[in-house]
Write a protein that binds this ligand. Sequence first.
Ligand code: ZN
Length: 151
Amino acid sequence: MKQRVSGATVVGTPSATSDADWRELRAMAFAALDHAYAPYSRFRVGAAVRSGDGRIYAGCNVENASYPASMCAERVAVATAVADGARDFVALVIATDAAEPAPPCGVCRQVLGELGPRLEVVSCTSRGGESRWSVASLLPSPFTPHSLDRS
Ligand code: ZN
């Protein structure tokens, strides 16, 4: 089976995310949460993302006294993965201590949609709450590489 993903032709069906994979993603996201640098908001976030070839990368939020310089956990995880050559993200877990599962912010939705158009996003709380979305449902009309096309 051939499918078109982010402009590249991929041969074969990407591996599905198993229950064991989701458990590993959750564990890594919560482990990363413990490393969050969030002295300003005190809103700690961990994330773990799985690439199409099965590799998993974690990230945490990294705030800065210059607030706009802060990085979300999701984008830290994705940037770490991209730096290692991973692409085509298929699963992401976000971990927080919030009362309700936190969805990714708008900036992260844009990044996730470009690098993982098939991405499933699960947000978990330390109290056991969980929500799940497709990235397409979170960002239904994304700005894509084709949006840069000129006539
Ligand atoms: Zn974000």
